[in-house]
Design a protein around this ligand. Structure first.
Ligand code: SAM
Length: 378
C-alpha cells in the first residue's frame, strides 16, 4: 500500500515544480515570435530596408529555435519527474521524501541556469518583436481586468484596474528574473536554518487575479465581509499570512478601495519586493497607508482585528499549518472569515467543524486548487 506521507511529498514536489509556469511562459514567447515572423512575412505596412528586415528575421528565427529547444527540455524534465512522482506514489515504504524534493530542486536549478546562461527569457527589442505581444494567456479567454474588478465591485474605476495591471505585470516580470529567484532561494535556505522549518515550507507560488475574483464572487459572505471592512468606521482588516511578493494583498487593496490590508511574509526578499511595489504603484492611488507589509513569522504576529485571513498554506509544514490554525482558533474574533487551501480548520470546534464555502480554481502550481472558507463561530 502506498503511504499517505508519500502522497503528501509528491503533492509538494509537484507544487514546487510548477510554482512558476515555465511551460506556459516559454510557449507564449515562442507564439509572440511566430506572430512577429508572420507579420513580417505578410507585411506590416512599414517600409523597411531589406538588410534590416533580413536581420530582424534572423533574430526572430534564432530566438524561436532557442525557445522551442527550451520547451523541449522543459517537457523532458516534467516527463522524467512525473515518472519519479508516479513511482514514489506506488512504493509502500516511507523515505521518498528528501530524495524526491532534492531531485525537483536540483532539476529546477539546472533548468534555470540553462535559461539564464542562454538568455532564453531575455526580452527581444521592440524593433524586432514589433507589435506581437507576449501574452501568457494566449489561447485562453481572459477578461479585461476592469471587467474582473467589476464582477465584485460594480462601481470600480478604470484607475484601479490600471494599477492592478501595472503591479501584476511587474510581479510577473520578477518571477522571470533569475537573479532575484536565486536570492529568494538563498533566503529559503537561510530561513530554514534559522527557524527550523523545511525549505519547502517557503515554496513560491502565485494566484491569478481572475481566481481571486472568482473566489470572492462565489462567496456572498466573503464579499459582504470585505464591504464591512471597507467601511470608514471599521477597524477590521484583510490579512494574508504568507503574503509572498504581495499578490493577494494588492488584489484586496485595489479591489476594495478603502479596506485596510496587511501581508505577513517571512522571507525578506519577497517582503522587500512587495514593499517596493507598494511604494512605486500604490502611492499614486493616495491610499498606500491602508496597506501594510510585515516581514516576520505569522505565528508570532498580531492579528490586529482581522476580519478576513487568507492562509497560503499549500506548502507549509504540517506543524506550521497546525500552529497557524490553533492561533486563529484562539485569537480571531467571532464572525471573522478564514480562507485556506485545505479543510484543516474543520477539525476545530471554533470554526463549527465545517466550511461555509468550497471551490476549485487555477493557481500557478495547480489548475484545480481547492479553496475553503470558514467562519469563526465560537
Ligand atoms: C504558497 S506561498 C504564497 C502564495 C501566494 N501568496 C499566492 O498568491 O498564492 C506561501 C508563502 O508562505 C510563506 N511562509 C511560510 N511560513 C511562514 C511563516 N511562518 N510566516 C510568514 N510567512 C510564511 C512562504 O515564505 C511563502 O512565501
Amino acid at each position: 500500500m502506498p503511504t499517505d506521507d508519500n502522497h503528501v511529498v509528491v503533492r509538494r514536489a509537484r507544487e514546487r515544480l510548477f510554482s512558476v509556469e515555465y511551460g506556459k511562459i516559454i510557449r507564449a514567447r515562442a507564439t509572440a515570435c511566430m506572430r512577429a515572423l508572420r507579420e513580417r512575412r505578410d507585411g506590416d505596412g512599414v517600409v523597411v530596408d531589406d538588410d534590416v528586415d533580413d536581420k530582424r528575421g534572423r533574430i526572430l528565427r534564432g530566438k524561436m529555435r532557442d525557445l522551442l529547444d527550451a520547451l523541449k527540455k522543459w517537457s523532458e524534465l516534467v516527463e522524467r519527474l512525473e515518472g519519479e512522482f508516479a513511482r514514489a506514489n506506488d512504493v509502500n515504504d516511507d523515505g521518498v521524501s528528501s530524495a524526491l524534493l532534492d531531485s525537483v530542486r536540483d532539476s529546477l536549478e539546472e533548468f534555470e541556469t540553462f535559461l539564464d546562461e542562454d538568455g532564453i527569457l531575455d526580452d527581444l527589442p521592440r524593433s524586432v518583436l514589433g507589435d506581437a505581444r507576449v501574452d501568457r494567456d494566449v489561447g485562453r479567454d481572459v477578461p479585461a481586468t476592469i471587467d474582473l474588478v467589476r464582477r465584485v465591485c460594480p462601481d470600480a474605476t478604470m484607475e484601479r484596474a490600471d494599477r492592478l495591471d501595472e503591479i501584476t505585470d511587474e510581479l510577473s516580470r520578477k518571477e522571470l528574473d533569475l537573479e532575484w529567484r536565486a536570492r529568494v532561494s538563498r533566503d529559503m535556505k537561510r530561513a530554514s536554518n534559522d527557524v527550523g522549518y523545511t525549505a519547502e515550507n517557503f515554496s513560491y507560488g502565485s494566484t491569478p487575479y481572475s481566481s481571486w475574483v472568482e473566489l470572492f464572487k462565489g462567496c456572498d459572505r466573503l464579499r459582504s465581509k470585505m464591504e464591512e471592512i471597507s467601511d470608514a468606521s471599521s477597524s477590521q482588516s484583510y490579512v494574508v499570512w504568507g503574503s509572498s511578493v504581495g499578490w493577494l494583498v494588492f488584489y484586496g487593496a485595489l479591489t476594495y478601495e478603502r479596506a485596510r490590508c496587511k501581508g505577513v511574509e517571512i522571507l525578506p526578499e519577497l517582503h522587500d519586493t512587495a514593499v517596493r511595489l507598494q511604494r512605486e504603484y500604490m502611492a499614486k492611488t493616495g491610499s498606500s497607508e491602508r496597506v501594510t507589509f510585515l516581514c516576520g513569522d505569522m505565528l508570532t504576529s498580531s492579528l490586529d482585528n482581522a476580519g478576513v485571513v487568507f492562509l497560503t498554506s499549500v506548502c507549509w509544514d504540517e506543524s506550521v499549518h497546525r500552529a497557524a490554525a490553533e492561533k486563529l482558533a484562539n485569537e480571531l474574533s467571532v464572525g471573522a472569515l478564514v480562507i485556506d487551501y485545505s479543510d484543516k480548520l474543520s477539525e476545530f470546534q471554533e470554526f463549527g467543524k465545517l466550511h461555509i464555502h468550497r471551490t476549485q480554481l487555477p493557481v500557478s502550481w495547480n489548475p484545480n486548487q481547492s479553496f475553503y472558507v470558514f467562519e469563526k463561530v465560537a
